[in-house]
Ligand binder design. Sequence first.
Ligand code: AMP
Length: 193
Amino acid sequence: MKKIAVFCGSKEGATPVYREAAERLGKELAKRGLTLVYGGSRVGTMGMLADSVLAHGGQAIGVLPTFLEEREIAHPNLTELILVESMHERKAKMTELADGFIALPGGPGTMEELFEVFTWAQLGLHEKPCGILNVGGYYDALEALFDGMQTQGFMAKEHGEIALFDTDAARLLERFATYQAPALKTYLTKDQT
Ligand code: AMP
């Protein structure tokens, strides 16, 4: 495992918990020699995370669509900034580069990115780990929703195992190191198509 894509917010969040989480994750990535792949911005938890990786001697690759260059101001000190044309291209590039994915607390954009890599894992399109860093109880509601999807018959139990919820960045990265994608049953049977 060499590169981890982290999905995170363009905003800073309401309490210092989110800054601390971004900084802690940045430090843990740098310490383990894992390159950060992220949205390329210097705003929000994105900026905090990249600053922390770089401050701890790590490497950070940003992937930023050109039309967002002004709104999500590009981080000036990245190891590499990849400019792309669209949101689709951004996600494709991040997915291609990364060996695993982590969602820090963030808004709808963070969810969109997380759900794409999660559903692609469900479909067996990749076998990379998908972690959800649940700091300050932020993702308790999402964890409960995932449980509900399983008990209410909208998500297979084995698919529930793909989402690695954890409250601690170091422990989550240790789980990544030993992660084995669950053996997935054929997604659609002939009768269902
Ligand atoms: P948010 O969590 O809403 O603050 O957004 C976090 C990041 O996700 C920002 O860099 C957004 O530009 C990005 N984002 C939002 N929607 C998408 C999308 N459909 N595809 C790729 N990135 C997105």
